[in-house]
Design a protein around this ligand. Sequence first.
Ligand SMILES: NC(=O)c1ccc[n+]([C@@H]2O[C@H](COP(=O)([O-])OP(=O)(O)OC[C@H]3O[C@@H](n4cnc5c(N)ncnc54)[C@H](OP(=O)(O)O)[C@@H]3O)[C@@H](O)[C@H]2O)c1
Length: 290
Amino acid sequence: MKIVIIGAGGRLGSALMREYRDRFDVVGLNHAQLDLSNFDEIRETLCATNFDVLVNAAGFTNVDLCETERDQAFLINAEAPRIIAEICRDKGAKLLHFSSDYVFDGEKREPYVESDFANPISVYGESKRAGEQSVLQTADRHLVARVSWVFGPDRPSFIDGVIQRAQENEEVAAIGDKFSTPTYTHDIAQMLPRFFELNVEGGVLHFANAGECSWQEYAQWALDCCQGFGISAKAKTVGALKLKDMKNWVARRPAYSVLSSAKYTQLTGASPRAWRDAVADYIRRFYSKT
Ligand SMILES: NC(=O)c1ccc[n+]([C@@H]2O[C@H](COP(=O)([O-])OP(=O)(O)OC[C@H]3O[C@@H](n4cnc5c(N)ncnc54)[C@H](OP(=O)(O)O)[C@@H]3O)[C@@H](O)[C@H]2O)c1
């Protein structure tokens, strides 16, 4: 099976490259090798390449910048995926396209399922939703995988910032009234091949590690893990901030965007592991010297 990964230099794309290199015939395209704002380049590059599966892990992911660069956000997150989806359809290949929990408005208080109404409250969310629709309208077999709070070793995310701040300062704080689920790139890489076959159902699929937490709980667990693994940090507890106090954010963010992985479990018989286990595994593997 030949796989092309777009966004191969990003947090998720790098992890997919590393995890698939020994298992599949895989070609990665990073931003320098394929610019999604250049549609001629997309067509030339992809039409000249043979593949069975294309994974699109690229995106304009800076949520605040999307507010001021709306056209660019839609170009990369919505219009380019339509071109990619059409090329995949015409080649008889399957597209697996990543989307986000930020397509929801955050008004719900129980995990979002795939059939819940998407009502984005930011330009990033709007552009990701438009990208989903582009992909889904093009071919029944294409899959849109919504993930949340992605972390992994290839590009720093929230958890790495917390650990660094805790190592440099006596006090750290994180938002206590915004909820979702941290999701490990390693776990996403493990689940995705189940959907590579052309005859496997397409549509929208939610995938996140199990459980839910606030950013404060996520940060506290990261520091607890550091302590448990003997990783030094000055701060031991995480104070609470409020979502409404984040005055320097440009974009609105959903207060609750937990994704239910029930459909994934129903389709595969597998359940994602708990977010606390995934975070502990990451910290032990990439921060612990023991
Ligand atoms: N991170 C999260 O918490 C999260 C949550 C929900 C959903 N997602 C989704 O998961 C997917 C992967 O996200 P990630 O965390 O891996 O983000 P990331 O680390 O920011 O990776 C995105 C990649 O897209 C590339 N890219 C940006 N503009 C491009 C362009 N014009 N042409 C080609 N490539 C371009 C970036 O390259 P440069 O860096 O070189 O520009 C980067 O390699 C995205 O679809 C994102 O929306 C992420």
